[in-house]
Design a protein around this ligand. Structure first.
Ligand SMILES: *[C@@H]1O[C@H](CO)[C@@H](O)[C@H](O)[C@H]1NC(C)=O
Length: 414
């Protein structure tokens, strides 16, 4: 009798357990379905202004594990210029493993002007946008105004192969549309490679017309706008790049490659994808490629938009890749972001990325298919020339459409 009772009890227990298991399974599929629906529903909900990104993982902040290549000290001289001094004092702190965290967005503007005047003897003669850069160069991780948190998940079959991260300005609606209709078209390309496009934007200044309603319509319609709450200026492009690195590490760390470029370039997407696919794995894991600028120095002409005062930076630039368009491996982003907490921001974004990768010991690679200074005059409308290249700067929205149609024409024989 005892045996029979315990047998019944065991059967009951097992049944209960099975029922429990299957309910668990149901719940899982149910919530999965819900999640997918929610994703579609909230895909376009812009993050409220002032919402800050949640802190990155510990690993991302772990700058202590970084080693700075000796090449950086060779490439950038130690002298009295302000940025050079900032760099060497930061390197000294890395050596002593005494790193401070970057300042909070809300406090980074409390910079003492007197201190800057003491440190830079001719600070008051700097162009005002340069003074502004100096007063806000510690500001990092700006709040997102328009986010695409599901950009990475919304593609079936895994994370995207490549993000086209296009630096744009709020008013450049036509350029963005032209990119969407040509080289930046999202989709699945040869060999199942998934391409996703994101336009990176700051905020127009208060003197400009209010574009926010148009922007939010655009973001809802195309789901390819990332906008941060910082002023859209030339000298804030380094901040834009860093904000995008931060975003990618948070929302899509598995992406294989990033193409970073301007909204006025022509990109031959099929050629670019073929090139990436042809790479050996060891090469594609450490890729930093484009138009190599190997011997450059700051421009000292005060009228140039890239003017750099001598008392700010003194020395040549480490080799870098022209910012009109370059490719970088997703697997480098983590280290690049970590090192950006050490190397002080530099007002020219492509020079800055070159410096950071130099610090990581990664050499930029030249590719003859990247023409950030355009091709020769007589080739500017030559479709065969365009078909053989990867990137050309610069082209108007209408030229982009024409070239794109042209290189895909079945009757084109090159
Ligand atoms: C960059 O953006 C911040 C935040 O809007 C602003 O305070 C700063 O003046 C900008 N810097 C430059 C150089 O325009």
């Amino acid at each position: 009798m005892r045996g029979f009772q315990s047998l019944i009890a065991m059967i009951l227990l097992t049944t209960l357990f099975l029922v429990f298991l299957s309910s668990l399974h149901l719940e899982k599929t149910h919530s999965h379905k819900l999640e997918q629906k929610d994703v579609r529903k909230i895909i376009q909900v812009a993050v409220k202004p002032n919402a800050t990104l949640s802190p990155l993982s510990k690993q991302a902040r772990n700058t202590k594990a970084l080693t700075i290549s000796s090449g950086l000290r060779k490439a950038i001289p130690q002298n009295q210029a302000y940025w050079n001094r900032l760099l060497y004092s930061a390197l000294g702190r890395v050596d002593k493993k005494n790193l401070e965290h970057h300042q909070l967005w809300s406090h980074c503007r409390d910079v003492d002007q007197e201190l800057l005047k003491t440190n830079i003897h001719d600070f008051t003669s700097y162009p005002s946008m340069f003074q502004e850069f100096l007063m806000t160069m510690n500001c990092k991780s700006p709040p997102l105004l328009v986010n695409q948190p599901y950009k990475c998940l919304s593609s079936e079959g895994g994370p995207p192969f490549i993000f086209f991260a296009v630096k744009s300005r709020p008013g450049n609606f036509e350029q963005r549309q032209s990119v969407r209709e040509t080289w930046g078209r999202e989709g699945v390309f040869q060999n199942g490679l998934r391409v996703r496009t994101l336009f990176l934007l700051g905020n127009p200044s208060t003197n400009e017309p209010d574009l926010s309603a148009l922007m939010s319509f655009e973001a809802k319609t195309f789901k390819d706008i990332l906008q941060w709450d910082f002023k859209e200026t030339l000298l804030n492009l380094t901040l834009k790049m860093d904000a995008f690195l931060h975003w990618t590490l948070k929302y899509c760390p598995q992406v294989s490659f990033i193409f970073s470029g301007d909204d006025d370039v022509f990109v031959n997407t099929p050629a670019l994808l073929s090139y990436l696919q042809s790479l050996e794995p060891s090469k594609s894991a450490q890729l930093f490629v484009g138009h190599l600028i190997s011997t450059a120095a700051p421009l000292r002409d005060t009228k140039s938009k890239y003017y750099i005062p001598l008392s700010f930076y003194d020395g040549p630039y480490p080799p870098y890749i022209g910012g009109g368009g370059f490719l970088i491996s997703g697997s480098l982003l983590q280290r690049l972001h970590s090192i950006s907490h050490v190397i002080p921001f530099y007002p020219i974004d492509d020079v800055y990325i070159g410096m950071c990768l130099n610090a990581l010991g990664i050499a930029p690679v030249a590719h003859s298919g990247f023409h950030t200074f355009d091709v020769s005059e007589q080739d500017r409308e030559n479709l065969c020339v365009h078909k053989g290249l990867i990137l050309i700067h610069k082209r108007s929205p209408t030229e982009l459409k024409k070239l794109w149609k042209g290189i895909h024409s079945p009757i084109l024989t090159c």
